[in-house]
Design a binder for this molecule. Structure first.
Ligand code: ATP
Ligand code: MG
Length: 550
């Protein structure tokens, strides 16, 4: 049964609205700008918007905020849709702010007609100069007193393409002395002779974010328009448009952006990492993008659980990436099939085992009772982990050592009898004896050993590439970096090596998750070919987040 959780502040507002009969159902939207790939911060917003609609029986639209023709691309639209679906959500409608260009134009005409908007011929520098500062009032533009007729004519001419970029803008006529700078006659439309990914060359004037966003909410009758804290000062303008245009009263609510340690959530900076090849693309498993973490092996379930756990904050904070890893481990512990892979091999030769013999030994895929099994070939020559042997072990070292016994997982107990070294004194081979009656599942040896180690048959081992990831940045709080953030990238964020896998991993498929015993959780990377399997380490087994911290 789900734990009783207290309501977050947005849920409180929604429940009050529903109770007061203000709405009978709710409508939310997720409004990405298609100018990059989605990251974990967007996942927070997606889980919040879609989660609220699911909880209260409402709907969520996916609306592409594509009012800026210059930075947007169709490639991003497709990846965003794929990411939202992967997270497990279905939108009611797929919409584009650009589809509203005709209505937005009409809204602008309505404001002009009401004497609430005017065409300004000032340059952007002049406009900035007249804007004032937070402590000083702004000045009225000399074009502010133009007549409604003249404004209507000029605005129609702007739309018809009679002016060049920057020659004119349309501004709201509010108050140049307003304490909220955003209310000082904000720009509604600017001229941009640019090709748009959907409307092509139909328009050469484009609405500004503030003029497009709220009105799009209104046209879709979004009841609760949820955005991040930087939009708090925009709310006044959002409400002003609704009031003056007399349109559906959507309401804006703000919550804190998700920031996480050792990474950053800015499409612009992530784009820079990609373009400058600090990472191998948007879906590099070190990236906080959804395509990156998916490739790394994070599950949608883990991300949803994480977003649920962190809740909705009203103040900016920094979340430990270890908390997300905790949820990834929780999920992978259940769904990750167990496999054996040796990363740093040393040879074991079982002297009392026939050289040509191979036994197929069953081993559980999952730790729970009654789990399915696969079989692993066992033979005379094996690989074990170099660190699972110590020539001069301290007390309480329960793995292999001269004269000491250890259990090979799902196989036999072996005892080390002789250590062979090369000229440099490095161990090259461990000659061992096995106890035939100690076979797992039918052990009648009566011998009790404490240590259990993983192994693979040397003759059957499948060499695979493993990619081991670490933090993308060396510093915890990337937002506090002064100077160039690229100087703080972790140079050891990727380590590539060969490892020796049990043959079953030759059948690994994309989307499957594995626990390589004692080594971490892994998944197949798309760079794999038929002859070369590549595995990404999703996360280590080490658990720094204990249950009681949860
Ligand atoms: P970025 O700064 O990375 O470009 P953005 O806010 O410009 O992010 P949008 O495409 O405009 O990206 O965002 C779509 C939605 O996702 C918005 O409602 C935005 O508030 C939300 N969002 C973006 N980043 C975060 C974050 N770090 N935490 C929570 N929500 C976020
Ligand atoms: Mg944005």
């Amino acid at each position: 049964m789900a734990e009783e959780k207290s309501l977050n502040f947005i849920e409180e507002i929604i429940e009050a609205d529903l109770k007061a009969g203000k709405h009978t159902t709710i409508a939310t939207r997720f409004p990405p700008e298609p100018n990059g790939y989605l990251h974990l911060g967007h996942a927070k917003s997606i889980c919040l918007n879609f989660g609220l609609a699911l909880k209260y029986g409402g709907k969520t639209n996916l609306r592409f905020d594509d009012t800026n023709p210059v930075t947007e691309e169709t490639e991003y639209v497709e990846s965003i849709k794929g990411d939202v679906e992967w997270l497990g959500f279905r939108w009611a409608q797929e919409l584009y702010a650009s589809d509203y260009f005709p209505q937005l134009f009409d809204f602008a005409v309505k404001l002009i007609s009401k004497g609430l908007a005017y065409v300004d011929d000032s340059t952007s520098e002049q406009i900035a100069e007249m804007k004032g500062t937070p402590t000083q009032p702004g000045k009225d533009s000399p074009y502010r007193t133009r007549s409604v007729e003249e404004n209507l004519k000029l605005f129609a001419e702007m739309k018809a393409g009679q002016y060049r970029d920057g020659e004119k803008v349309l501004r709201a006529k509010i108050d140049m002395t307003h304490t909220n700078m955003l209310m000082r006659d904000p720009i509604l439309y600017r001229i941009k002779h640019a090709h748009h990914h959907r409307t092509g060359d139909a328009w050469c004037i484009y609405p500004m974010y503030d003029f497009a966003h709220g009105q799009s909410d209104s046209l879709e009758q979004i009841t609760h328009s949820i955005c991040t804290l930087e939009f708090v000062p925009h709310r006044e303008l959002y409400d002003w448009f609704i009031e003056k245009l007399e349109i559906y009263p959507s309401r804006q609510y703000e919550f804190a952006r998700l920031n996480m340690t050792y990474t950053m959530m800015s499409k612009r900076k992530l784009l820079q990492l990609v373009n400058e090849k600090h990472v191998n693309g948007w879906d590099d498993p070190r990236m906080p993008t959804l395509s990156g973490v998916r490739r790394r092996g994070y599950t949608a379930q883990a991300i949803r659980d994480f977003c649920d756990r962190i809740g909705v904050a009203k103040r900016d904070n920094l979340i430990d990436i270890g908390l997300l890893e905790f949820f990834v481990r929780e999920d992978l512990n259940t769904i990750g099939a167990r496999r054996m892979v040796v990363f740093d091999p040393v040879k074991v030769v079982i002297t009392n085992y026939e050289e040509t013999k191979t036994e197929m030994l069953p081993s559980e895929n999952y730790p729970d009772e009654g789990s399915t099994v696969r079989t692993m070939p066992f033979g005379r020559d094996l690989w074990i982990e170099r660190e699972d042997f110590m020539e001069n072990p301290p007390k309480k070292y329960f793995r292999l050592a001269p004269g000491q016994m250890v259990r090979l997982k799902s196989a036999y107990i072996i005892a080390c009898e002789e250590v062979i070294k090369n000229d440099k004194g490095e161990v090259t081979e461990l000659r061992c004896r096995y106890i035939p009656e100690s076979r797992s599942g039918s052990d009648t040896s009566g011998i009790n050993v404490k240590g259990v180690i993983h192994w693979v048959s040397a003759k059957h081992a499948l060499p695979v590439e493993v990619r081991l990831y670490d933090r993308l940045f060396k510093v915890e709080d990337v937002s506090e970096i002064e100077g160039d953030f690229r100087d703080y990238l972790n140079p050891d964020s990727l380590k590539v090596q060969t490892a020796y896998a049990e043959p079953e991993l030759g059948n690994a498929k994309r989307g499957e998750h594995f626990q390589f015993l004692r080594m971490g959780y892994f998944c197949l990377d798309p760079d794999s070919t038929h002859s070369k399997k590549i595995f990404n380490r999703t996360v280590t087994l080490r658990d720094t987040w204990t249950k009681d911290k949860k």
